[in-house]
Design a protein around this ligand. Sequence first.
Ligand SMILES: [Fe+2]
Length: 129
Amino acid sequence: MATGIPAIDKQHKDIFQRINEFINAIMNENEQENIETLLNFLIAHATTMFGDEEKMLKEKNYPDFAVHKAQHEYFIRTIEALKRDFESGIPMDKLTADIHQRVCNWLTIHLSKTDMQWVAFLKTSTPAS
Ligand SMILES: [Fe+2]
């Protein structure tokens, strides 16, 4: 699911690597503490990652910019909602299942399919140098 833009590919790789590390830690160690760390990391990392991407897409006049940005915002709101669930003390097995479904699956689809739409747009709109 590489975009061909090294800085963005690194952010994508990092977020999956960290999610995998946290999921392993949650299954093996202190799940409560690790889930809180994961959710805080996701909010910070996704905000930076999406912000960088949006800045670039806006500069390139990506035609679906508004729709794409709305999807990023939806994801951030999802994580914030999961954090509220965590703080309200919902069962850990429900929370980890939600993280798999609403974070891991969403990110996989977004980075491997949705982002590939702007990658294709940039390839056609940017003359090869
Ligand atoms: Fe995106």
